[in-house]
Design a protein around this ligand. Structure first.
Ligand code: FE2
Length: 284
């Protein structure tokens, strides 16, 4: 029998800024890291005002996890200490495994117009935290996309949906990252299987959806994130306007999480070592 996930909690996020004054909303905050294991952070950014983003994210380090940047609108230049450089454009994804350490910058390549998107932090299992850094720019046309007969379009960034493999797969954390677009003119529904032990959440960035759960039907409005219950498998979503959302899930690592800014390790000692290594120039 199919079981359907309920909305467990609605999150509105916290307005904050990061990098050199980039305005954003932090949706997945540190207090949710255990509940949404293996995910560590989700930021949404979106502004028509250049002053909100033009400072970008100058050189900064990371160790112990992966960063996934999904650009909806705008252009951002990436450069890192592993020698990678790339331009992230509308609809593209940048997937970076920081592993044992990188220093990188993410700078807007525009001085006007709209910039919007997401940055998701995905944890690495303890045995991979000190792996070599890895990086991939995935352009818009490289992200598998499928349109259902009812008009819903699914962009499969990671994992698998509708028998379509996403642009990135990860064996341990098994991330699913979908961007789901509903058609404008009619009410449509979409169902996605997610193993019940995997943690899952969605964020509506345009329009409004209803999550048709096992015990209740709940609306999730624009700019709201919904944590989905683990007692069931399927996520059933209905929307009747030109709604857009991201749906994310992953297999929990169930390991200790110690975060100090851009370093996420398993123990305090490993964090101290990360700070030391960074100061000693070992990330460069
Ligand atoms: Fe970064």
């Amino acid at each position: 029998m199919k079981t359907f996930r309920d909305v467990e909690r609605i999150i509105k996020g916290q307005a904050t800024s990061d990098g050199d004054g980039v305005k954003l909303t932090r949706l997945l905050t540190q207090d949710l890291q255990k509940r949404l294991d293996p995910f560590l952070m989700l930021d949404a950014f979106g502004s028509d005002e250049a002053t909100d983003y033009v400072g970008g994210f100058p050189d900064h380090p990371h160790r112990g996890f992966e960063t996934v940047t999904y650009m909806l609108e705008g252009k951002m230049r990436h450069q890192d200490s592993a020698g990678n450089t790339g331009l992230l454009e509308d609809g593209g994804v940048q997937w970076m495994t920081a592993g044992k350490g990188v220093i990188h910058s993410e700078m807007p390549e525009q001085k006007e117009g709209r910039m919007s998107g997401f940055q998701l932090w995905l944890n690495l299992p303890s045995h991979q935290k000190m792996c070599s850094p890895w990086y991939k720019d995935i352009q818009r046309n490289e992200i598998p996309e499928k349109t259902l007969p009812n008009g819903i379009t699914i962009r499969v960034i990671a994992g698998e949906s509708l028998n379509t493999l996403g642009a990135v797969q990860r064996e341990v954390t098994q991330p699913l990252f979908l961007d789901i677009h509903f058609p404008e003119d009619k009410s449509s529904s979409f169902e996605q299987f997610i193993a019940s032990e995997h943690n899952a959440f969605l964020y509506v960035y345009h329009g409004e959806v209803s999550v048709d759960g096992q015990s209740k039907i709940q609306a999730v409005r624009s700019k709201e994130m919904a944590i989905l219950s683990n007692k069931a498998e399927f996520v059933a979503i209905t929307a009747n306007a030109k709604t857009k959302l991201i749906l994310i899930s992953g297999a929990p690592l169930k390991e200790n999480i110690v975060q100090y800014g851009p370093f996420v390790m398993n123990t305090k000692e490993e964090i101290i070592k990360a700070v030391e290594d960074f100061r000693n120039g070992e990330f460069a």
